[in-house]
Design a protein around this ligand. Structure first.
Ligand SMILES: Nc1ncnc2c1ncn2[C@@H]1O[C@H](COP(=O)(O)OP(=O)(O)OP(=O)(O)O)[C@@H](O)[C@H]1O
Length: 271
C-alpha cells in the first residue's frame, strides 16, 4: 500500500504506475468535525473487479465524490491512470465512468437524449456518440428503448441505462455506487453479470460499492471500509483463509466488531 509520499510525479509526465487504473493514497475527508474518510489508500488495476464493502455511512459515497471531483479532496492524492486529479483533472476524469447512488437521468428526456447529452459533455462528435450509444444500449439489451422517455422504464432498466451512459465515452475505470439498490434479484444478477463480463472481456477496472455481502464472490477483490477506514483489502478467498472466517459476512462482522464499532444510524449489517 502506498502513501502520498510515494506519489512523486515527474514534472509534466506520468508516474511509473500509469498502468494503475486508480490510486487513492492517504485520502482523508471531513465534513466539519465529522471524519468521513481517514487515511484511505488502495490501488486498482485494469481487469480487476473490486468490491468496496461497507455499511451505511462507511464513507463509500464520499470516496466516489472525491474521485469524480464533486468534492475537492482535503488531503492525500488521487490518480487515474497516472493522472493526478488535482493537476490534470480533465485527463483524469475523461478516463472515469460513474454510476451514482442517486439516480441522475432526466426522466423527461428519452434514453437517447440522455446518452447523447452525456456524450456531448465529454466532447464527443455527434456521429461517434450515436454509434457508441447504439453499441452500449445493444450490449445491455435496451436497443429498442432508445426513443422511450426514461420515466417509462422500470427501475432495473433505468439502472442499465445509467450503466450504458457511464460507458459511452469508453472509460477505462468504472465506479458504481450501490448500483443495484432497490432492484429485484433477477435485475441485480443481470447487472452483475454485465459488470463481470466488462471486467473480464475489456479489462475495465471496476470499483463496485455495496453494503450487500452476497455481491462478493471468490475471485473478487474486496476492500472493507468502515467508519472511513480500510479494515481489509484482498482477494476474497485469501482474506477468508488468512482470517480463518467461514464467509464474508462473518469476516465483516469480526472486523467491524474488533474495531469497536457498532452499526451506524440506519446501518444494518451487510448481509
Ligand atoms: N454532505 C455531508 N455533510 C455532512 N456529513 C456528511 C455529508 N455527506 C456524508 N456525510 C457523513 O460522512 C459519513 C460518510 O457518509 P457516506 O455517504 O460517504 O457513506 P456511505 O458509505 O456512502 O453510506 P450509504 O451506504 O448510506 O450511502 C457519514 O457519517 C455521513 O453522515
Amino acid at each position: 500500500m502506498s502513501d502520498s509520499a510515494s506519489l512523486g510525479e515527474a514534472e509534466g509526465g506520468l508516474e511509473p504506475g500509469a498502468e494503475i487504473a486508480l490510486e487513492v493514497a492517504g485520502v482523508s475527508h471531513r465534513f466539519g468535525q465529522r471524519v468521513a474518510l481517514d487515511g484511505v489508500s488502495f490501488r486498482l488495476r485494469p481487469g480487476e473487479f473490486t468490491v468496496l464493502l461497507g455499511r451505511n455511512g462507511a464513507g463509500k459515497t464520499t470516496l466516489f465524490s472525491l474521485v469524480t471531483r464533486l468534492y475537492g479532496n482535503q488531503s492525500g492524492a488521487i490518480r487515474v491512470f497516472g493522472r493526478d486529479l488535482k493537476r490534470r483533472p480533465s485527463e483524469a476524469l475523461s478516463r472515469i465512468g460513474a454510476v451514482f447512488q442517486q439516480r441522475t437521468l432526466d426522466l423527461d428526456l428519452t434514453v437517447a437524449q440522455n446518452l447523447l447529452y452525456h456524450a456531448a459533455l465529454h466532447g464527443m462528435p455527434r456521429r461517434l456518440a450515436r454509434e457508441r450509444m447504439a453499441a452500449e444500449l445493444a450490449r445491455i439489451g435496451l436497443a429498442e428503448r432508445a426513443a422511450d422517455r426514461v420515466r417509462q422504464l422500470s427501475g432495473g432498466q433505468l439502472r442499465r441505462v445509467e450503466i450504458a451512459r457511464a460507458l459511452v465515452h469508453r472509460p477505462r475505470l468504472l465506479l458504481c455506487d450501490e448500483a443495484t439498490v432497490g432492484l429485484d434479484i433477477e435485475s441485480r444478477r443481470t447487472i452483475l453479470e454485465h459488470m463481470r463480463a466488462l471486467v473480464r472481456d475489456e479489462r475495465l477496472a471496476l470499483l463496485w460499492a455495496t453494503h450487500l455481502v452476497d455481491e462478493v464472490v471468490p475471485g473478487n477483490r474486496v476492500i472493507i471500509l468502515h467508519r472511513g477506514k480500510v479494515l481489509a483489502d484482498g482477494e476474497l478467498t485469501i482474506l477468508l483463509e488468512t482470517s480463518g472466517q467461514p464467509d464474508i459476512g462473518a469476516l465483516f462482522t469480526a472486523l467491524t466488531r474488533s474495531s469497536g464499532a457498532a452499526p451506524g444510524p440506519g446501518g444494518a449489517a451487510p448481509r
